[in-house]
Design a protein. Structure first.
Length: 343
């Protein structure tokens, strides 16, 4: 079985999706749409046989196209995904799914009503190191997960139509929800726009979960360091996922505190400084795994691991963080019914 697909957006990130979908054996990448002639030219030179267009409607008008991949700027996601679903196409959309909860809900409902796949590009969920982390959490190797913090900072691409929160947070939030299996009960955030009025370059987000769990994100494209790290502190072990490292992606610290007794507190605490273990991770390209997963879901009618509802949960948290950020960091509570929802 072959999947005939078209892609919109062949920019800095989209060109990677063009490459990967072009290489997948079960896919015929029939169209690539980009408003920018230079981007189209670059695709035509590298990927012969792909029909190039500046008009998204050209892809929708071809009834033989079954799936559309949306990798254009975030502000276009809702409009393009909605049009593609209405035209009866399965949709893969880059993160963030949409820029508001209302739009994301509408997309999920539309895909459901038409029985079409809607998948969001939460890339890190397909990262072999994150799969390893999830196994560690599920098997109890880390003990009780106490808190998680992530740092995603560099001196990098400064966007104008979305802030650092919408641009970076989907990565870390999707991983945190994947690991904890629950939504936060409250979210707060602070951010500042240093380079362009109204577009925050630096954002700090705090999330509070049930069972005393906490998570914090540091997001910035105005920073001297290039850091992409997630640290998880559990009652038995602590682990760091460093995605900038080329091979040693995970470091597991057999460190902790045991013997907490409230009768003679100070005396009974034992600090444990054990070994640092670097597990071998069989690295496969996360993007390839993600794109292949979308193809398999469409061809074999499976539920995507990062479906529309996962995209919606992430958008819900970011929207709450955005609200908090605009109100001086005031915490925003998410409905209890959502916090109880398994992710
Ligand atoms: N999963 C990841 O790791 C990851 C990494 C980077 C970016 N992204 C996401 O990918 C998307 C694109 O990011 P990017 O860095 O490639 O941005 P970009 O600005 O480099 O590329 C966007 C492309 O979309 C095209 N485009 C915009 N509006 C269009 C329209 N109406 N019709 C046709 N073409 C249009 C532009 O011409 C441009 O080539 C964003 O949603 C971003 O969040 C994901």
């Amino acid at each position: 079985m072959m999947l005939k697909a078209g892609i919109v957006g062949a920019g800095d990130w989209g060109k990677n999706l063009v490459r990967v979908f072009y290489q997948i054996r079960d896919v015929e990448l029939a169209y690539c749409c980009d408003a920018d002639g230079n981007r189209r030219k670059a695709v035509s030179q590298l990927f012969p046989g792909v029909c190039l267009t500046s008009r998204f409607e050209d892809i929708l008008a071809d009834a033989s196209v079954q799936a559309v991949i949306i990798a254009s700027s975030a502000i276009t996601h809702y409009e393009f995904a909605k049009a593609a679903l209405e035209a009866g196409k399965h949709v893969y959309v880059e993160k963030p799914l949409a820029l508001s909860v209302a739009h994301a809900e509408e997309m999920v409902a539309l895909a459901d009503s038409k029985n079409l796949k809607l998948m969001v590009g939460h890339l890190l969920v397909y990262h072999p190191a994150v799969s390893h982390l999830r196994k560690m959490v599920e098997s109890g190797e880390l003990g009780e997960v106490f808190y998680i913090y992530s740092q995603r900072v560099n001196l990098g691409k400064i966007r104008q139509d979305e802030n650092a929160l919408w641009s970076f947070a989907p990565h870390d939030i999707s991983v945190i929800l994947h690991l904890l299996g629950q939504l936060p009960v409250s979210v707060s955030a602070r951010g500042e726009s240093y380079l362009r009025e109204g577009v925050e370059d630096v954002v700090f987000v705090n999330m509070k979960f049930r069972d005393r769990k906490m998570a914090q994100l540091q997001l910035s494209w105005l920073d001297p360091h290039k850091i992409r790290k997630i640290t998880i502190v559990g009652s038995k072990k602590m682990v760091v996922f460093d995605d900038v490292e080329s091979t040693e992606k995970l470091k597991i610290f057999d460190k902790g505190v045991s013997g907490v007794s409230y009768e003679s507190y100070g005396d009974s605490l034992t600090l444990r400084f054990g070994d640092i273990n670097i597990p071998h991770i069989n690295m496969t390209e996360p993007l390839r795994a993600e794109c292949q997963h979308f193809v398999d879901c469409v061809l074999h009618d499976k539920q995507p691991m990062t479906g529309g509802n996962d995209g919606l949960r992430v958008v819900r948290i970011i929207e709450a963080a955005e609200h908090s950020m605009k109100h001086d960091g005031e915490p925003v509570r998410l409905p209890e019914s959502l916090a109880a929802e398994r992710t």
